[in-house]
Design a protein around this ligand. Structure first.
Ligand code: BGC
Length: 746
């Protein structure tokens, strides 16, 4: 061999030698993407030290930790943090609230803005799963670009009470609608390879005394209502995490409730992700650990860091086992792997965000969610010829209202107005905030030749005088809601009802645009020409409202919750415990550091018949029923046919009878044998050109038609005659067909 070849050969051998160890070493089992997530997670658990495990069992609450000695340097002001375990590729976990966008309550991260979607109620009103997905995907993309990877999103609680402070964060009162849309929202978030929760598990519809309210409902009824919504959301969205709630459920705190966290979630549903607590919702060590809580969130908010030293002590004393600890870590890491986070770590630094495209998502959500409730003599859409338009109230000159609490987004475009609270349970983390999206400006853009005047409405007499001289009056009415407080009643605050009444008496061409986080009463309804429910319409709300008012967008939203005619119609006439909770902010607020107060029961006597089903049962006539919503065109239904079998299928024709394109939401309600109340069994949103007819086939959701049988742990479909009604809302007699179904269980 020539010397040169010898050199080459030895170089090659050297190179091969260097590569040998890597080639010989099999990849770590947790890196093998061909294996199921749980198997990979189990391999990680086996490789972890106890100390590493304990780092994952509780998350730090950044506002309490930042600036303290030894605090991690890469921690962001937000909801939660756990450190990375680099040797095993386990990323640090940064949690942010994300119901309506990447939240930044009380501007804890100075100058950090994000796209603000409208209230979830608007998304629900669209009855559009694709829109829920798009919203989730948008939030997830922004979160990831901001280096967050655990999103506290997916609110799936049923809005059982019309005054619920967080109703705006939820998807209404029906399990099929809520569960379907929550699932799509979560799927959208997690499409970015990050974790989403579904929250707050379970039965957490009231804010009054939320750390003490003991939600009472029998388990069968819960399976058919609130738990059904969660189950559908979990099936559809496959969230890596479930967040247990503040309240107690049938006597046990949600986060130490074995029936909820183990019997149902694990044994019955076979769910493999991790249960994280709500912030300040843990009250014990061993009980919570044994019940099925995996991770104590924002642990500095609890009375003790239960899943820190106390859990270590319990482990050393044998009160909990190593296997139990390992199971918790297995759940956490299965979620980390299954969501894609492990294989696609979040970037170390902020990435650019296409805010313009995301604003389009926010505007579409607002436009599809706005509900036209009244339109006498086709007062709307406004004629482009209107000369003198008077706009009154709601700070419509500068912005649109948003809901308060942990979901508060500091929107791109800025804050138009922010009012700190004077007191109350929400005051530490909530401010009344208007996004900078001015309806008046948007109205002026659409009516450039009109004279558009704005009055703030504080002088009712002046507003009434001005109304007389206007061609059209637009009153913007607002009702603010926030996490941690229910609204005490459903009236518009600050004399707005009297203002609307006076203005409408002066000029019947008055339209009221309501920005609210749920139902409000409308004592002035018969006096006004039109009512538009705009919810909290998000950072493009001004534009969306103007587009609807002028007919650039044909309204298509449908109510995802009942608007009662009076508070007395609701199952409970006011928030339970309101009087007792007044002045006891610590007890009713997040964080359990307040003085010990005894839990109090909230009896959900309506059982599974929440929302519109309660109205059907009691015969009460709502102001506006569930599913209701007008359009600038009309839709007709024909040729209803129903096929039986295990899962009845419904088909029919929908025709756009008017002259404008528009979207309709045909709804199928089922009356099951023996039940008084109808149940939403299928729905679809469809867009039709003028005169167009579409043949639609929908499959009903079998669990809506069935009853839960606690004894067998199965759904039972009673044999008998079922009536299926196709209607525009739950009270619409529409078209009906009967179908006989055989008895079966599943
Ligand atoms: C809320 C949760 C939220 C958490 C973290 C709690 O007060 O109930 O919805 O995700 O805070 O901010």
């Amino acid at each position: 061999m020539r010397p040169q070849s010898l050199v080459k050969r030895s170089l090659l051998l050297l190179a091969l030698g260097a590569a040998m160890p890597a080639m010989a070493q099999a990849p770590a089992p947790w890196s093998d993407t061909a294996r199921p997530a749980q198997q990979r997670a189990a391999a990680l658990v086996a490789a972890m030290t106890l100390e590493e495990k304990f780092d994952l069992l509780h998350t730090l609450f950044p506002p309490r930790v930042i600036g303290t000695p030894g605090a991690p340097t890469d921690i962001l002001p937000s909801a939660g943090y756990t450190p990375a375990i680099p040797r095993l590729g386990i990323p640090e976990m940064r949690a942010s609230d994300a119901s309506l966008g990447v939240a930044n309550q009380v501007e804890q991260r100075k100058g950090d803005t994000a796209t603000a979607l409208p209230a979830s109620l608007a998304t629900a009103a669209s009855f559009n799963p694709a829109l829920a997905y798009a919203g989730g995907a948008m939030i997830g993309a922004e979160a990831r670009a901001k280096t967050f990877n655990v999103l506290l999103a997916g609110g799936a609680n049923l809005t059982r009470d019309p005054w619920g402070g967080r109703n705006f964060e939820y998807l209404g009162e029906d399990p099929l609608l809520s569960g379907t849309l929550a699932g799509e929202h979560i799927r959208g978030v997690q499409s970015n390879h990050i974790i989403s929760t579904v929250k707050h598990f379970a039965l957490n519809p009231q804010e009054t005394g939320r750390m003490l309210a003991d939600s009472r409902l029998d388990w069968t009824a819960m399976r058919e209502s609130d738990l059904l919504a969660f189950k559908l959301a979990i099936e559809g969205g496959k969230p890596a995490s479930v967040m247990c709630a503040y309240n107690l459920v049938n006597g046990d705190y949600s986060c130490e409730n074995k029936v909820l966290l183990t019997d149902i979630l694990r044994h019955d549903w076979g769910w493999q992700g991790f249960v994280m607590s709500d912030w300040g919702a843990v009250h014990s060590t061993v009980k919570a650990a044994k019940a099925g809580l995996d991770q104590e969130s924002g642990a500095e908010l609890d009375k003790a860091i239960y899943f820190g030293a106390p859990l270590q002590k319990a482990l050393s004393e044998g009160a909990v086992t190593k296997a139990e600890i390992d199971t918790k870590i297995l759940h956490i890491l299965t979620g980390v792997i299954e969501s894609g986070l492990y294989d696609h770590p979040t970037p170390a630094h902020e990435q650019p965000i296409d805010y313009a495209a995301h604003a389009g998502v926010a505007q579409q959500a607002a436009e599809e969610g706005i509900v036209l409730l009244r339109n006498e003599g086709n007062m709307l859409p406004l004629a482009a010829t209107a000369r003198r338009i008077l706009v009154i109230g709601g700070h419509a000159d500068i912005g649109v209202l948003s809901g308060g609490g942990s979901s508060q987004v500091r929107s791109v475009g800025g804050v138009a107005l922010e009012i700190p609270l004077k007191g109350g349970p929400a005051s530490s983390f909530s401010r009344t905030t208007w996004h900078s999206s001015s309806p008046v400006k948007a109205i002026r853009a659409l009516a450039p030749t009109a004279q558009v005047t704005y009055l703030d409405g504080t002088d009712a007499a002046a507003a009434t005088r001005a109304a007389r001289d206007a061609d059209v009056v637009l009153v913007f009415a607002t009702q603010w809601r926030t996490e941690a407080e229910d609204v005490p009643d459903l009236s518009l605050p600050d004399g707005q009802d009297a203002l609307i009444s006076a203005v409408a008496s002066a000029n019947p061409h008055t339209a009221v645009v309501v920005e609210s986080g749920g139902a409000v009463l409308m004592p002035w309804l018969s006096k006004v020409g039109a009512v538009v429910e705009a919810w909290y319409p998000g950072q493009r709300g001004g534009e969306a409202i103007a587009n609807v008012l002028f007919g650039k967008v044909n309204p298509s939203g449908h109510l995802p919750l009942t608007f009662p005619a009076s508070e007395a119609q609701a199952p409970r006439p006011m928030p339970v415990g309101l009087a007792a909770m007044r002045g006891n902010d610590a007890a009713s607020n997040a964080g359990s550091e307040g003085e010990a107060v005894t839990p109090f029961p909230v009896n959900y006597k309506e059982g599974a018949d929440a929302g519109y089903r309660w109205y059907a049962k009691t015969g009460a006539k709502a102001l506006f029923p569930f599913g209701y919503g007008l359009s600038y065109t009309r839709f007709g239904y024909s040729h209803l046919a129903v096929t039986g079998g295990d899962t009845p299928t419904v088909s029919f024709d929908v025709t756009n009878l008017g002259k404008r394109a528009g979207a309709d939401v045909p709804q199928i309600y089922a009356k099951v044998p023996g039940a008084k109340a109808p149940r939403l069994a299928a729905f679809q949103r469809i867009t039709l050109a003028p005169g167009e007819t579409r043949h639609v086939t929908l499959t009903t959701q079998p669990r809506v038609l069935a009853q839960w049988d606690q004894a067998s742990g199965k759904w039972l479909m009673a044999g008998g005659t079922y009536t299926l009604t196709l209607g525009h809302d739950v009270t619409d007699p529409g078209l009906s067909k009967q179908v006989r179904l055989g008895q079966r269980s599943f």
